[in-house]
Write a protein that binds this ligand. Sequence first.
Ligand SMILES: [Zn+2]
Length: 109
Amino acid sequence: MHFNNKGVRNRPRTGLRMRIVARLWRISEAAFAEVDAFAWVQGWQITRTWHTHTYRDRRFDALISCRACAATGRSPTDRPCEECRGTGRVNLMEPPITRRPEQPSGGRP
Ligand SMILES: [Zn+2]
């Protein structure tokens, strides 16, 4: 048994393991610091482990499959779907096409 000068039992293996894990986390944080900062500024979701960092733009949560064309992007007449403009997906953050305001004409009346 190993005891320190206060009579408390040491656990050398646990201490070594924790020091290795802490060092790996510090190395990981340093390696991903610039990318993490960029992701934070962009408002992306960051999922971290000691060896991987995963980034996800939360705006993807607003994308859903187009119900009008079953995500094919084509209408029954084989033309581009009017609801999704042929993309097969609809962005919930954008207003529907039918209610969108007119595009500006460049300043001319
Ligand atoms: Zn569609």
